[in-house]
Design a protein around this ligand. Structure first.
Ligand code: SF4
Length: 315
C-alpha cells in the first residue's frame, strides 16, 4: 500500500489545519475581549459588589458583544452583581420585535423590552430630509434613565468601544472646538444614574469578528431610514486610513487620552499659567522646554536646560 497522500487527503488535512487555526484565533479573541473588558471595569471601578447593571441592547453587534462578555465575566468575577438586558423598541417600521426576546431567552439573561413609539414622535417633529438621530437619541436616553430607575438598576452599561471614543474625541475637536471625548464612566445628566462603557478598551474590529464568531442575530440600525451621521462617518474613515498607513496609531492616540499633561496644553482653567515662576531648583524630571528627540536632534538631552534654551533662541 502506498504511503503517499492523495490530493483529497491533502485537501482535507489543509482544511482541518485551517479550521484549527481559526478556532485558536477565536479562542485568543475571546480571552482578549474578556481581559480588556475586565481591565476597563477594574480601572474605572465600573461594577461593584451588589450592583444591578442594566445592559442596553439595541440589536447591533456592539451591544450583543457587551452582553455576551459581561455574562462570561459575571460567572468568574470575585464579586456578585446582577445583569438585566434592556431593549427599547422604538417602533421603527420593520423592526423584527421577536429577535431580541428570542435571543435573550436563549442565553438565559433576565430582560425587559420597553415599548415606546419614539419613531412617530421624531418623524412628526423633524422636517423631512433632516437627520432624526439627535432627537431620537435624546428621547431614548430619557426613557432608558427612567427604566433604569424603575428596574432598580444601579448602573447603565452602554456598548461604545475604543473607536467610538476616539471618533467622539475628534468630532468634539473638529466641530465643537473642545478637547473632550466620551468618558468610560459618568453621572447621567439627570444626576440619577451612573453610566458605564465596559468596552472602552476594545477595538471595533475585534467586535466585528466576535459578532461573526457568535453569529449574533444582528438587527440593522438603519431601519428608521434616517441618514447616517456624515461627520462621524468621515472621522471614522479618517481614523481607519491613519491606522492603515501607520499601524498602532489608534492605540497610541487612545493611550494619549489617558495621559494628559494640562501644563502642556493651553487651558488656564486647568493650569495656572499666570502664576508660573522659576523655582531655581533643577529637576531631572522637569521640562526641557524643547523635546529634541521629536525633531531628531538630541539637543536638550546633551545640554543643561538653560543652555538648551539659549541654543534654541540663537539657532
Ligand atoms: S439611526 Fe434611527 S434609531 Fe438610530 S438614532 Fe438615528 S433615528 Fe434613532
Amino acid at each position: 500500500m502506498s504511503a503517499q497522500w492523495t490530493d483529497e487527503q491533502l485537501e482535507t488535512s489543509a482544511r482541518v489545519q485551517n479550521s484549527l487555526k481559526i478556532e485558536r484565533e477565536d479562542h485568543k479573541l475571546e480571552k482578549r475581549l474578556c481581559r480588556e473588558v475586565g481591565r476597563a471595569i477594574v480601572d474605572f471601578n465600573m461594577i461593584e459588589e451588589g450592583d444591578k447593571v442594566m445592559v442596553c441592547v439595541s440589536g447591533g453587534k456592539d451591544s450583543y458583544a457587551m452582553l455576551d462578555i459581561l455574562l462570561k465575566l459575571q460567572k468568574r468575577a470575585p464579586i456578585k452583581f446582577e445583569l438585566i438586558a434592556v431593549n427599547l423598541d422604538q417602533k421603527q417600521p420593520g423592526f423584527p420585535e421577536h429577535v431580541l426576546p428570542e435571543y435573550l431567552t436563549k442565553v438565559g439573561v433576565p430582560f425587559h423590552i420597553e415599548n415606546q413609539d419614539t419613531y412617530s414622535i421624531v418623524t412628526r417633529v423633524i422636517p423631512e430630509g433632516k437627520t432624526l438621530c439627535s432627537l431620537c437619541s435624546r428621547l431614548r436616553r430619557g426613557i432608558l434613565y427612567r427604566v433604569a430607575g424603575e428596574l432598580g438598576c444601579t448602573k447603565i452599561a452602554l456598548g461604545h468601544h475604543r473607536d467610538d471614543m476616539l471618533q467622539t474625541f475628534f468630532l468634539n475637536m473638529f466641530f465643537a472646538a473642545k478637547l473632550k471625548g466620551m468618558p468610560p464612566k459618568l453621572v447621567s445628566d439627570d444626576g440619577k444614574n451612573v453610566v458605564i462603557r465596559p468596552m472602552a478598551y476594545v477595538p471595533e474590529k475585534d467586535l466585528t469578528r466576535w459578532a461573526q464568531v457568535r453569529d449574533f442575530p444582528i438587527i440593522p440600525c438603519t431601519l428608521c431610514g434616517s441618514q447616517e451621521n456624515l461627520q462621524r462617518k468621515q472621522v471614522g474613515n479618517m481614523l481607519r486610513e491613519w491606522e492603515k498607513k501607520h499601524p498602532g496609531r489608534l492605540e497610541n492616540m487612545f493611550s494619549a487620552l489617558q495621559h494628559i499633561v494640562p501644563s502642556h496644553l493651553m487651558d488656564s482653567q486647568r493650569h495656572d499659567f499666570k502664576n508660573i515662576r522659576a523655582t531655581g531648583v533643577a529637576d531631572a524630571e522637569g521640562d526641557k522646554a524643547f523635546d529634541a528627540e521629536e525633531f531628531g536632534k538630541p539637543l536638550a538631552a546633551a545640554a543643561p536646560p538653560g543652555q538648551a534654551v539659549i541654543q534654541l533662541v540663537s539657532a
